[in-house]
Design a protein around this ligand. Structure first.
Ligand SMILES: C[S@@+](CC[C@H](N)C(=O)[O-])C[C@H]1O[C@@H](n2cnc3c(N)ncnc32)[C@H](O)[C@@H]1O
Length: 223
């Protein structure tokens, strides 16, 4: 099930305490991003992502609000994965710890191809892995997985969302941190890669996306 609504209100309305076996979140990074400007018109291909151009104080308040909801709905001993880039990484780790999460690792997503950036071109992002509670934390299903994931990004002209992640990036999170039939929650569905991976691997799914355009794309992806 995915809802076209704010994730904080949505979680309060639809999700019970300790009802999620796994949470994935690719939140706004507060970079005011609307996609690459390397277009013929030099204009970004998309509108700026909702909640991606807030004051520092507003962004902190917004992030704390959804993190508190995420903490409430996650089952004790289970995982949350939060995508972030190098600029916001220190704050996100701090804020996640403050709401109660235990940081377990920082996965580096090597996108294989370079993106923007002029003081070295960007090719990686971080994914923070944390748990609720310190005791009896679920093990990662495979002993062979490392914390560097080499998975090609979707090239700029093929994306349907300004910060689209490939479904193949969500797959290891879902396969390694949940079982068939378990409940995966995505606070920021975007174009729906986690939705796709969860349904393909027979997980129950609840997701929230505030922007009607991205919500439609996520619904259509599953069609
Ligand atoms: C970084 S993007 C996620 C992109 C997604 N992983 C994908 O591959 O398409 C963040 C998404 O969160 C949505 N969003 C922002 N604030 C939100 C809120 N309060 N509740 C739900 N969705 C929100 C934005 O519209 C945007 O689509």
């Amino acid at each position: 099930m995915i809802y076209n609504m704010d994730c904080i209100k949505g979680a309060q309305q639809y999700l019970e305490d300790e009802s999620a076996d796994l949470i994935v979140a690719d939140p706004p990074y507060n970079l005011g991003f609307g996609g690459t400007t390397q277009t013929k018109t030099k204009k970004p291909r998309f509108n700026i992502i909702a909640n991606d151009k807030l004051s520092d104080r507003e962004f902190q308040r917004f992030t704390f609000s959804w993190l508190r909801e995420a903490y409430r709905v996650l089952k004790t001993g289970r995982h949350i994965y939060v995508c972030i880039d190098w600029r916001m990484y220190p704050l996100m780790v701090l804020w996640m710890k403050k709401v109660g999460f235990t940081i377990k690792n920082c996965i580096v997503w090597d996108k294989e191809q370079m993106g923007m950036g002029w003081q070295y071109r960007y090719r990686h992002e971080f994914i923070i892995l944390a748990s609720k509670g310190k005791q009896k934390v679920r093990r990662i299903s495979t002993r062979k997985a490392t914390d560097v994931w080499r998975i090609p990004r979707i090239s700029g002209n093929k994306t349907i969302h300004p910060t689209e992640k490939p479904a193949s990036l969500l797959e290891p999170m879902i396969l390694n941190s949940s079982e068939e039939g378990e409940h995966v929650v995505d606070f920021f569905v975007g174009s729906g890669p986690a939705y796709q991976a969860a349904v393909q691997h027979k997980r129950e799914f609840t997701g929230f996306e505030i922007d009607p355009y991205h919500f439609e794309n996520a619904v259509n992806r599953l069609k």
